[in-house]
Design a protein around this ligand. Sequence first.
Ligand code: ADP
Ligand code: ZN
Ligand code: MG
Length: 471
Amino acid sequence: MSYTPTIGLEIHAELKTKSKMFCGCKNDPHEGAPNSHICPVCMAHPGTLPVPNEQAIEMVLMFGQAVGATIAEYSEFDRKNYFYPDIPKAYQISQYAFPFLTGGQLCGVDLTRVHLEEDTARSQHDKGDESLVDFNRAGVPLMELVTEPVIHDAKTAGQFAKELQLLLRTLGISDANMERGEMRVEANISVSKSVTEFGTKVEVKNLNSFKSVEGAIEYEINRQIELLENGDKIVQETRGWDENKSKTFTQRQKETAKDYRYFPDPDIPKISVGEYMPFSKTILAEKMPDLPNNKRVNYKNLGLTSDTIETVIADRELDTFMSKVVSSGDVNQSVVRLAGNYLTTDVSALVSTKERVLSELKPDHFVELMQMLSENKISSRVAKDLLPDMFGSGKMPSELAKERNLLQLSDAGSLEPLIKEIIAENQTVVEEYKSGKDVAIKFLIGQAMKKTKGAANPILLEELLVKSIIE
Ligand code: ADP
Ligand code: ZN
Ligand code: MG
């Protein structure tokens, strides 16, 4: 009988508010000199009082709307007590019994809850004999999301994390960059032979890439099965992920909620979400951007392939550009599809090598280029050649193409003189073709394309060349 793996995720995301969760310090944990965005509140000086950040709460409620969670009528902040140098109050302000959100779903995975808390300071242990603490991150708003134990394989866990990142970015509430620690994933993993009863779970931390998330889960599933097969027991513990060795390792025995002695923070007023907050569900709905799933459906109906769609919606700039393209009047499916292809390949290449900036490409110019291509007025080679010159250019592509004589020569009449020329200049190749070497025609087409700088229609060229040679 085989084992069923079970996985539940706990994911923290740093919210992109202007100021920290309970003080007015700048929320900027990744830039600036160490300990430059600090104050007595986030440094835990005695006698200071926390004031909840309204923008952070609004962001969590926005998230709740997006995933169909139940927004609490009543919410409160709790103290989670533990000692560590990066948490000088000796407690973290978090939420326990009354989180802002419960339930909801994201890409088929049921959510348990979402709550708000403050981030800890950042400890550095790699500076010689001393350990250093940077408080710029202390008090940054963190959204913690917990899923139900409903995931059964590593890949689905990775997909969930990716979809969450996309949603956080689409909502504009977190940059959710895993490498920078803006989104941190912890995976709870167990295996069991029984379908009705879970096995003992192990929690894996320090997963700072999607690859680590999937790798650690795979590894842990195999490790646990092996232990059970050898007649050993699983120890409930917290394990770390060693990226170089691709292995998990024991960190500590798992704390339970009791160890933290949670209790309501007496310094923070209770929050009656509906009454106290100065925004309503209608305002939240108005602020809601177009969500990834909706974008997928719309782009699909417009004829984009799913690969193109995923590339476009994962990139805010491309997505904004693409939405301008599709809303620019007379674009048909063929133009949209061409636009999608060019945007995710040639345009992206120019932008990613920093050769060009997307904001310098005018959507209507780009649309016209795609239209000319779709109507065979220019060849794809000409389109690729013109593209770099359209950034920052005041000229429409039709104007540029005309100026440079690049409009596709697509009528037999205007190509006749060229055909004669090519045949006269390449007699040996023509003879080769006549004697049965079919590929020789490609050479002749190439010569004609060169002379017209790629402007001639290659299909028509072939037709005319063959006809003239045979006659
Ligand atoms: P704890 O009290 O140890 O923090 P919770 O019940 O709060 O445990 O769950 C924490 C996370 O672990 C959740 O994401 C949940 O889905 C997941 N989880 C709970 N039990 C299991 C299990 N047996 N196997 C895998 N994941 C689990
Ligand atoms: Zn502060
Ligand atoms: Mg828990």
